[in-house]
Design a protein around this ligand. Structure first.
Ligand SMILES: NC(=O)c1ccc[n+]([C@@H]2O[C@H](COP(=O)([O-])OP(=O)(O)OC[C@H]3O[C@@H](n4cnc5c(N)ncnc54)[C@H](O)[C@@H]3O)[C@@H](O)[C@H]2O)c1
Length: 254
């Protein structure tokens, strides 16, 4: 039974068309939050928004935006504020995965990974923070086990996700006295379209990768990660800021 801890709260969730972003939207909606769901895949975000509005008694809307573009991130937050009048919870979840041996990883692939997975979090937080100071709200950023440990063939992804933790901790310190909490979640492998559509490439050492399989045995469901986001976004976590919460079945234990 899910409680309605987020009644009256206004949330923006990026990456809401799919996977963890979609599950987080469903969870925050079930807990009573009003939702603005942003994704480059507008049709997908709209489907998530419509499904939640039908099931839960909450307002939802979808916005198209490109997380890698600073102006688009700014417009997305502006649009959310115009629609809702305030922002209490910001969940930065949109992201992409691309992996392969370092020597073959082009500049374009590196830039795409950093722009979508890391620069986006900077752009969105920068524009959202005055609104969160006003509401004494909070941010939950989606990092990864890859942000906490070395993982072969994922140099760009690891760099971006470590950077997300660095942004999280810096903002947590900078804004604690203004009443804004900032946290990150670090999933291990999660059963989403991202892992389905990016299978381990053939030309890598699979044994090296499998050493980091979750100790609890299976990959997580998106709902497992969504539950952690909902906790951090809620008053239950009012003394929690600057953490990188692992939801990885023990993957980073080594
Ligand atoms: N699936 C995993 O195993 C796993 C593990 C750790 C961390 N994560 C992180 O969780 C987040 C969600 O991943 P997921 O597995 O749900 O993936 P997913 O592919 O199912 O969903 C990602 C969403 O981000 C959106 N997106 C991609 N590029 C975008 C852009 N430029 N602008 C706006 N939206 C964009 C996609 O349209 C999609 O809806 C990502 O940040 C990912 O790095 C995933």
């Amino acid at each position: 039974m899910i409680g309605r801890r987020l009644e009256g709260k206004s949330a923006v969730i990026t990456g809401a068309a799919s996977g963890i972003g979609k599950a987080t939207s469903e969870r925050l909606g079930a807990e009573g939050a009003t939702l603005v769901l942003a994704d480059i895949n507008f049709d997908g975000a709209k489907i998530t928004a419509d499904e939640i509005a039908q099931k839960q008694n909450v307002k939802t809307m979808a916005i198209a935006f490109d997380a890698s573009d600073a102006n688009s991130c700014r417009s997305m937050i502006d649009e959310a504020i115009i629609a809702r009048g305030k922002l209490d919870i910001l969940c930065n979840i949109a992201g992409i995965m691309d992996w392969g041996p370092l020597a073959d990883f082009s500049d374009a692939r590196w830039e795409r990974m950093i722009n979508i997975n890391l620069s986006s979090v900077f752009y969105i937080c920068r524009h959202a923070i005055p609104h969160l100071v006003e509401s004494k709200g909070n941010i939950v950023n989606m990092s990864s086990a890859s942000g906490l440990m070395g993982l072969a063939y994922t140099t760009a992804y690891c760099a971006a996700k470590s950077g997300v933790i660095a942004i999280t901790k810096s903002l947590a310190v900078e804004y604690a006295s203004k009443g804004v909490r900032v946290n990150a979640v670090c999933p291990g492998g999660v059963k989403t379209p991202m892992t389905r559509d990016n299978p381990i490439p053939d030309d890598v050492d699979k044994e090296m990768l499998m050493r980091h399989w979750p100790k609890l045995g299976d990959m997580a469901e998106p709902e497992d990660v969504a539950a952690a986001v909902a906790y951090l976004a809620s008053r239950d976590a009012q003394q929690v800021t600057g953490i990188a919460l692992s939801v990885d079945g023990g993957q980073v234990l080594g």
